[in-house]
Structure formats: structure tokens, C-alpha cells
Design a binder for this molecule. Sequence first.
Ligand code: GDP
Ligand code: MG
Length: 446
Amino acid sequence: MVLDSLGKSLRGVLQKIARGGAVDDALIGEVVRDIQRALLQADVNVQLALELTQRVKRRAKEEKPPAGASLRDFLIRIIYEEVRNILGKERPFELKPKRILLAGLFGQGKTTTAGKLARHFQKKGIRVGLVAADVHRPAAVDQLEQLSKKVGCDFYANRAEKRAEVIVTEALAKFPQHVAVIVDTAGRSGIDPELIAELTRVRAALQPDEVILVLDAAMGQTAGRSAKTFHDAVGLTGVILTKLDGSAKGGGALSAVAASGAPIIFIGTGEHLDELERFDPTRFVSRLLGMGDIQTLLERFEELQDKEGAEKAAEHLMTGRFTLRDMRTQLASLGQMGPFSKLLSLFPTFGAAKLDEKQMEDTQSRLRRYRAILDSMTPGELDEPHLVKGDRIHRIARGSGQRPQEVRALLKYYDSTRKAAHGIASNRKLRRQLERQFGAGGGPPA
Ligand code: GDP
Ligand code: MG
């Protein structure tokens, strides 16, 4: 994965939070130091890393977790949000016929990226025309021609012409309508007036929808300065950061470019034509932190608003009147530190899963399936679980896009939960003990 070592250190931090003792100043302090070290090792700018960790610290101390959420989960969410924020926002990028100008210095990956983009459009059924407007290096024209053959797209070059803008005008006249036009331009060893003048002329001829800077992630933090200089000179709509596969400094490049104000649209993760990925900070950070689907975690916070329902479900569980409706609430509120989740942790099926990457992913995907299934049941079925059998199982499976086995697995889980609950409910000693331990309403201090 891109930024392996940063991901590994940050996951270590999260595990420390998940496994650690009380979430107190000492733990927060330790966590913040760990994050800082991890960011600096990934070449993130010192100032940026410092600001991020200070924000984490301040928020962990000042903000209150939503009712029912544990401080632990809340701290994890804060870290997630702050790391995501230094990567900027996702920029929409519609795949439709459009004109794209690629700019950048020598060797940053422009020509390769032109080929990758062409493949990306073609895969979505959009025809592409590649234009070789690198008038300084004949080899670049051949390179692009090769790529266009591999991709199977249109190609235009005019090896006798030395004015890039003329080539672009010729290409536009020659390509049919409804073709995405991608123009590969010449680089320089540095951003000089000549380069800017050439780009400006090409831009006037092309009237591009996108002016994209191609930047090598190995530049680390200096990528940010480069992005800003290009942005000020020619006006960028975005950046493609290449070679993230090979760079330990990727964190520096990503965060510095994001800070420059030019959004990152794609990242290049290898030399092959398919190794281009859309850059979405949310998904990127989820992967980095090893939280298969961070969205689920965030949704869980929203669902905590349904605390009342959760308490009622807990009560039902205690008294043995536990329905599928209660279980739906239970699944939604999973992970909270109230008395309910403590009860839940008595049941082996879900309670133990905490942030071990694989476990977390499995649990979350099972949760998603179970919730889809429960959402496909009628109110009657939720309240009277014994109704769910035979044809109904098939209907619910179809409605939720799951297999009937999965519906049966859920029913089995429901049954074992109910039985265990019944055991607790009928065991007065255990019940009293639980009540003493967790109180009737309030949970243990987080
Ligand atoms: P240009 O001078 O900007 O047009 O750069 P090129 O497209 O010719 O690429 C320069 C070198 O970088 C080539 O060897 C490419 O194979 C390599 N390259 C481009 N993008 C990537 C990437 O995302 N990952 C890796 N590992 N190599 C890349
Ligand atoms: Mg090139």
C-alpha cells in the first residue's frame, strides 16, 4: 500500500488507544507524540504536523463525545478527521469528453500519466485523443505514440512542427467530436519564463477544461512549492501526484500539495497504465488507518443519537423480551460504552472485535449485511421474529441483496443472543451484579 510505514505507525497509535487503559491526559499525550513522530517520518512539514497534533490534543480535551460514545472511539474519530483534513477535499472529476492540459517538469511522469488517463477514460467508454505537444524531445513523441497504441486511442503528432500550440490546433481540427483530448507538453528542469510562456500559448489554443500539474511524490514537501508556483503562473485545476508507490516522502508531498490549494485529483502508484487511482482523502485515510470502512464508524456516531432506543433494547435484553427490532438498535449502537455495549461484550460474537484490522473489516461487513437484512424486514417481522421463515427468508434475502444463508445466520445470531439474554435475565445473581457494575442507566466512566 502507498505510504506503508506511515499507515503502520498510525495503526499502531490506534491500537494503543483501543487496547490502552483509561483515555486520560497521559494516554492523549503519548498518542499525540506518536502521531507527530509518524508524520515527521513520512516527511510531513513540521509546522503542519505540530498543528495537527495540537488540534487533536485540544479537541480530545475540550470536545465532548456524543452521548453514549466512548472517549476511545471519539479520540479515534478526531485523529481520523484531522489526518484527513491535511489531505484536502475530494475534487469531483467527471469522466466525459473534455480537454486536458498536462504540465510539469522533466521526468515527473507527464507522458506516462497521459497514457494512464487515456486508459482511465477509455475504460469508461469515452474515446480519447492523445496529443504529443512535447516539441523539445522527439523521444517523448514516440513514447506517447507507443502508449496510445497500448491504450488503443487516437493519437496526434506533427514531428516537423516546433510550435506546441500549432500542434494542438491541428489536433483539435483532426479529432472527431466527443473525444477527450489529453495534451502532453514539454517539461523543463525548472519553472522558467520560457516554459510558462509555452504553456500559456498552448492553453490559449486548447481552451482546456483541466490544467493539471504532474508532480513526482519523491519531491516530498517541495512538491507544495512547485504546485503553488505553477498554480500562480498558469492556474491549475488540479494535481496528479506520481510515484507514490516508491516514495517514503509521500506524506510530505500529499500534505504540502494539499496545503498549496491545488487539489490532488489522481495519484500514480506504479509504472503500468492501470496504476492510476482517484484521490479521495476520506478513502485514502481509511485505508491508511486500516479501518476498512471508516464511514461505518462515522455513521455509528450519528446513530448514537438513538440512545433512547438503545437503552430500551438493553432493557428488553435484560428482561428477555428481545426482538429483531431491538437487535437492529443493538447493531446500530454497537461500540458505545454505555451499559448496553458492556452487556454486548458478554456475547462472543461481536463484542470483542476492536480495531484489529482484519477483524474490524469482517465485523463491519457483517454488520452492514445484517443491517441490510433487518432493513428489509417488515415491522411485523421485526416485532415477531418467529414469523421469519420459509418464503419470507427468500423475500428478505432478495430485498437486501444477500443470500438466504446470510438471513439464516442472522436469525441464528439473534437466537443465541436472545438465549444468552434469557440466561442473564433468569440469573438474578448475575443480573444484580451487572446492575451494580454498570448502574441502571449510566454507564461506567469512559
Ligand atoms: P515526463 O518526463 O514527465 O513525461 O515523465 P515520464 O512519463 O517519461 O516518466 C518518467 C519515469 O517515471 C518513467 O520511467 C516512468 O515509468 C516513471 N513513472 C511515471 N509515473 C510513475 C508512477 O506512478 N510510479 C512509478 N514507480 N514510476 C512512474
Ligand atoms: Mg514526457
